[in-house]
Design a protein around this ligand. Structure first.
Ligand SMILES: Nc1ncnc2c1ncn2[C@@H]1O[C@H](COP(=O)(O)OP(=O)(O)O)[C@@H](O)[C@H]1O
Ligand SMILES: [Mg+2]
Length: 333
């Protein structure tokens, strides 16, 4: 029976998820957000990784240090500042200022103390199963913060940046998302990781469905139906226009595994959770833009917005990320 829970803002929520580390999630997000903004979309980036790499990428070090040092204060600016009164039982979720990093791209800064919220989330999950209001509120606390800011800034897309693990923080983020994308490197470990990824999502979605059915009316609940829309191959090396042979064999294994380990697994719960065909799921192939990376990180901008660097590489980056952005727009329409 559907639950008459409170409504979220209508922006589309997406995350790039792979519990395997270093597959380029944070870098992809910075570039996809810039490409979407250039197509006239408004994007909110949420740094939900306690390592705060996204925040450090986009914001000058002194400013980030100031936010982190001050995040316990009443006027704190990070995601932890918003959560703190609720977690410590001293009040409700607090409003935080929104940071605009580029025209149409906003940021909710991360915080190393998000790991304290993550520790609470295990208890919060138990409280959900016990139908306690604190449980439902806690599980949707980040969703609530995002909701307010998405509404205030009228954003079209929300992208969560998350850490490389299968912990309870990533569980609430995934369950808040309408869509997810798998970033993967062309190597053996990425192929192997897909099985765990599919199984993890399967159990998160199924468990949440039970919680959802039990929940009282008029609660802000996580929707719990992240749709798989595709994968992005990351950092292969190009020789001429072909993928180098050792990468090519993993690229095709990877594609098959996304289908058997993710698409088919999610379809066992609900066909709509993974609707796309194999070719629709191929969102993009991002090559090694080694020469643009240091510019991008020190300037806090996308590969194609950097000052300096090779004009040809910037053109290629712009073309690839615009293509990915357009596919995201189509697949989430
Ligand atoms: N397209 C790319 N070309 C070259 N280096 C990249 C590219 N994408 C990411 N990197 C580098 O790979 C490393 C991991 O990327 P990152 O975005 O931090 O991954 P994750 O967020 O998945 O941990 C970083 O050092 C980053 O600079
Ligand atoms: Mg990262």
């Amino acid at each position: 029976m559907p639950n008459s829970n409170l409504k979220r803002h209508t922006s589309k929520r997406i995350t790039l998820y792979n519990h395997k580390g270093g597959v380029g999630k944070t870098t992809l997000l910075v570039n996809i957000a810039a490409a979407l903004a250039d197509l006239g979309k408004r994007v909110l980036l949420v740094d939900a990784d306690p390592q705060c790499n996204l925040t450090s990428y986009l914001v000058e070090a002194e400013v980030v240090d100031g936010w982190l040092d001050n995040s316990d204060a009443e006027n704190g600016a990070t995601i932890w500042s918003a959560l703190k009164p609720f977690i410590e039982g001293t009040g409700d979720i607090q409003k935080i200022p929104v940071q605009e990093r580029r025209e149409g791209v906003f940021l909710i800064p991360g915080d190393i103390r998000l790991s304290e919220f993550e520790q609470e989330l295990n208890q919060i999950w138990v409280e959900c199963l016990q139908r306690k209001i604190r449980g439902f509120k806690g599980a949707s606390a980040i969703s609530h913060i995002v909701n307010e800011i998405a509404k205030q800034k009228k954003v079209d897309y929300v992208f969560y940046d998350i850490g490389p693990n299968i912990g309870p923080l990533n569980r609430v983020v995934l369950l808040d998302c309408d869509y997810f994308i798998i970033p993967a490197a062309c190597d053996l470990f990425s192929v192997r990781a897909l099985k765990t990824l599919g199984k993890t999502l399967f159990s998160w979605i199924q468990e949440w469905d039970i919680v959802y059915q039990l929940a009282p009316d008029n609660t802000l609940l996580l929707p719990g139906k992240p749709n798989y829309i595709g994968y992005i191959l990351q950092r292969f090396r190009m020789y001429g226009d072909a993928i180098a042979s050792q990468f090519a064999s993993y690229a095709s294994k990877l594609e098959k595994s996304t289908y058997s380990d993710v698409t088919e697994v999610l379809r066992r719960i609900d066909k709509n959770l993974a609707k796309g065909s194999l070719s629709q799921n191929r969102l993009g192939q991002v090559k090694d833009f080694a020469s643009l990376v240091p510019y991008s990180q020190t300037q806090g901008v996308s590969f194609f917005d950097v000052e300096g660097g090779s004009v040809q590489q910037k053109y290629e980056a712009k073309r690839e990320f615009t293509s990915i952005a357009n596919k995201i727009i189509t697949l989430t329409a």
